[in-house]
Design a protein around this ligand. Structure first.
Ligand SMILES: Nc1ncnc2c1ncn2[C@@H]1O[C@H](COP(=O)(O)OP(=O)(O)OP(=O)(O)O)[C@@H](O)[C@H]1O
Length: 238
């Protein structure tokens, strides 16, 4: 079953076509990575899915429902959640308080202690639960924001370079976390540059180049494709 589909999605900023006729399909339960050189249009594609940008033309369907004109908060309610590259955490609050805030959006009343403890353990942050979020390490901040994104129990989790700035061990642990979430039924779409991480998590990979779908396939197919290597070297143009 398809959870997300874009049909001939277009977006331009002035004369710059950043998303060009993108047809993209994500299957329910899939872990999918979006790769491509800087400026390929990956973040813009995410912002179109989230409703932060409006497309000039084309359609976005989530679980077969047309959400092209839905407001961002409506998309969140339908089950789309995001973690952007720069952690959007409350630095002056504790790790625990950050998770409580995220959960309150989902569970308006009641004792959240058990759920917060479960999330802290999942995120490897139990020992740091009283620590101010601003004092966590870079990797821990990224995990905390993943926790805030999954507190909403989304059906689709979007991650924009989730491992940027992480150590190799933190990156690997992040991959394991995503595998656990995926085993529980969460579909994951991640923009990522770290190919070892892409190999660790992705069932399928889409390469964006100059706002268009350039290639799609398994990580082995993508890394063996000489055309893909060339776009990273700047040898393939529009
Ligand atoms: N709001 C905007 N107004 C004008 N141009 C924009 C805007 N947002 C993005 N762009 C341009 O669109 C192009 C694609 O940007 P985008 O951030 O989507 O690429 P990306 O693939 O995510 O790049 P990176 O890997 O560097 O994050 C770039 O040339 C960028 O300068």
């Amino acid at each position: 079953m398809t959870i997300l589909e874009t049909r001939k999605l277009n977006k331009h900023f002035g004369g710059l076509h950043v998303t060009g006729n993108v047809d993209f399909t994500l299957q329910t339960g899939e872990m999918h990575c979006l790769i491509g050189p800087n400026g390929a249009g990956k973040s813009t594609f995410f912002r179109l899915i989230l409703g932060e940008h409006q497309p000039d033309s084309g359609q976005i369907l989530f679980a077969d429902e047309d959400i092209t004109r839905a407001k961002p908060f409506q998309r969140i309610r339908k089950g789309i959640s995001v973690k952007f590259q720069v952690p959007g955490i409350f630095k002056e609050l504790s790790t625990r308080q950050n998770l409580v805030i995220a959960l309150q959006h989902h569970v308006p009343a009641g004792d959240l202690t058990e759920e917060v403890d479960r999330l802290l353990e999942f995120l490897k942050l139990s020992q740091d639960h009283t620590q101010l979020a601003g004092n966590l390490s870079h990797g821990q901040k990224q995990w905390l924001e993943i926790g805030m994104a999954i507190a909403l129990k989304p059906r689709l989790l979007l991650l924009d370079e989730p491992t940027a700035g992480m150590t190799p061990d933190e990156t690997h642990a992040t991959g394991e976390m995503l595998h656990r979430l995926n085993a529980e039924g969460m579909t994951v779409l991640a923009v990522e540059h770290d190919m070892a991480f892409v190999r660790q998590i992705a069932h399928r990979v889409t390469v964006l180049h100059l706002g268009k779908v350039f290639a799609q396939g398994s990580i082995n197919e993508i890394t063996a494709d000489p055309r893909v290597a060339k776009i990273y070297l700047g040898e393939v143009h529009a």
